[in-house]
Design a protein around this ligand. Structure first.
Ligand SMILES: [Zn+2]
Length: 242
């Protein structure tokens, strides 16, 4: 039975009641979850499972399991059993940083309209690798361009399209290395106002203004044509409004 991905439509929710559906050596599966499982360059969420008998169990990582389950990793000896009720509590400040950086990297793909060959999201920095060819970039100019896109405060929304629709519009896929997951019939698309529209299963902030001020921390050579562009936040996170 697939885990209901509650975070998809409720990325700002930090607390959720859930029921344990499976337990094995890889971790704990619940009927629904607030915890994003590692994927698409975004790390797995961490937080707490508060049990009905008053214990607080640390969730140290979250991964995709089989049959579209989400597996929460907990230290051995947690004692959870199928049927147990618990309250999931997200490490919100970490997740919010991932949401801001994930949205920032979509803006980077707008500012640098070239094929993306890789990427990674962290709580204080993130990166995309591009097949730039002969294009040269200036760190200061790129930082200015990104901060202008942030300041324009474009709304960020998600929608679903069919796999056939995506196949008919291959230009929507910017990542050359990662293809969107197939088999479910539908593909989740993330739209940033009128400036970006691409397949993405990740969590995003509600509008670009929430990302905050960005800086291009580095542009590194990764082979003849490939460049790694590293972003970081230049001000401490304010905490968001869960
Ligand atoms: Zn994405």
């Amino acid at each position: 039975m697939a885990t209901l991905l509650h975070f998809r439509d409720h990325p700002y929710q930090c607390q959720l009641e859930a029921i344990v559906t499976a337990v094995d050596e890889t971790g704990v599966v619940t009927d629904r979850t607030l915890f994003y499982p590692m994927g698409g360059g975004q790390p797995g969420d961490t937080g707490i499972f508060a049990t009905a008998d008053g214990r607080s169990l640390a969730v140290t990582d979250t991964r995709k399991g089989e049959v579209r389950d989400v597996v929460h990793q907990l230290a051995p000896g947690h004692g959870l059993q199928p049927g147990d009720r618990l309250t999931q509590q997200l490490d919100w400040s970490r997740r919010w940083a991932h949401m801001r950086m994930h949205s920032a990297l979509h803006l980077l793909s707008v500012a640098v309209p070239r094929g993306v060959t890789g990427g990674s999201i962290g709580a204080d920095r993130g990166r995309l690798d591009f097949d730039l060819g002969e294009l040269t970039l200036d760190k200061g100019e790129l930082s200015e361009r990104l901060n202008a896109l942030v300041a324009e405060d474009h709304p960020i929304t998600s929608e679903w399209i069919s796999e056939a629709e995506l196949d008919a519009r291959p230009e929507l896929v910017k990542t050359m290395s990662v293809t969107p997951p197939r088999g479910a019939g539908e593909i989740r698309m993330v739209r940033i106002g009128g400036i970006d529209y691409q397949p993405c299963g990740g969590t995003h902030v509600a509008s670009t203004g929430e990302i905050g001020v960005l800086e291009v921390a580095g542009i590194k050579n990764r082979g003849a044509r490939n460049r790694r562009i590293i972003l970081r936040f230049t001000e401490p996170a304010g905490g968001g409004q869960p």
